[in-house]
Write a protein that binds this ligand. Structure first.
Ligand code: SAH
Ligand code: DHB
Ligand code: MG
Length: 223
């Protein structure tokens, strides 16, 4: 059995054995596919990891950068208390439309807000509004801007906040210091910035599964 097939089999097994998905989540993926969105949402077991991390954190305010069809948004918003709030930033108006419908069907339109625009334009607006501090940030948009998203996340969080960034391993390419891939360059710049920041405690964890070989950066703001 090829590696990818085995990874798929394990993801399918745990997703079924732990009953991770449900109708709202499956419908969110189905409608995202039907609308022609790329199939790059987090896997169900990864979405559940995000939910668990936000729950352990006791997050009341969550920021997501990169909405797509709102699949990861549903997982994260489910960690919120009834009076919690999640803001998710999306460049493509068509993606945001799909996400809003998916969030409404999941019963989460009351606690979530999808904002359209380039995140580097909408993040300063969030700061100007005093929307922070966010307890939990999930960075999952255009990887070339990852170092900037870290900077903005730091402006919009507080000591104790958690920052998670998706897709930082990229099939192992992250270890290539000579890579010309802008996503790798952006991700290595993110990791350098995390390393240089005295107020961040962080790690990178490699993952395999239906999303291939990739990984998460997990950071806690300490000061
Ligand atoms: N978090 C989603 C997947 C996000 S895919 C999930 O796991 O379900 C990345 C998304 O980031 C895409 O929808 C893409 O349109 C969006 N994106 C790309 N560049 C962006 C930018 N500059 N600002 C905000 N969103 C951006
Ligand atoms: C891509 C983006 C993602 O957020 C992801 O999880 C997988 C792939 C991409 O842009 O190809
Ligand atoms: Mg991703």
């Amino acid at each position: 059995m090829a590696e990818q097939e085995r990874w798929d089999a394990v993801d399918d097994y745990v997703t079924s054995a732990l009953a991770l998905a449900d109708e709202a989540l499956d419908a969110a993926l189905g409608d995202s596919d039907a609308a022609g969105l790329p199939q790059i949402a987090v896997a169900a077991n990864q979405g559940k990891l995000l939910q668990l991390l936000a729950e352990v954190q006791g997050a009341r305010k969550i920021l997501e950068i990169g909405t797509l069809g709102g699949y990861s948004t549903i997982w994260l918003a489910r960690a919120l208390p009834a009076d919690g709030r999640l803001v998710t930033l999306e460049y493509q108006a068509a993606h945001a439309e799909v996400a809003r419908r998916n969030l409404a069907r999941a019963g989460l339109d009351g606690v979530t807000e999808v904002r359209v625009g380039a995140a580097l334009d909408t993040l300063p607006l969030l700061e100007a509004e005093g929307a922070g501090p966010f307890d939990f940030v999930f960075i999952d948009a255009d990887k070339v801007n990852n170092p900037h998203y870290l900077d903005w996340s730091l402006r919009l969080t507080r000591p104790g906040s958690v920052i998670v960034c998706d897709n930082v391993v990229r099939g192992g390419a992250v270890a290539d210091a000579d890579s010309a891939d802008p996503a790798v360059v952006g991700t290595r710049a993110l990791i350098d910035r995390v390393a240089a920041h005295p107020g961040l405690s962080a790690t990178v964890v490699q993952t395999v599964g239906t999303k291939g070989y990739d990984g998460f950066l997990l950071a806690r703001v300490t000061g």
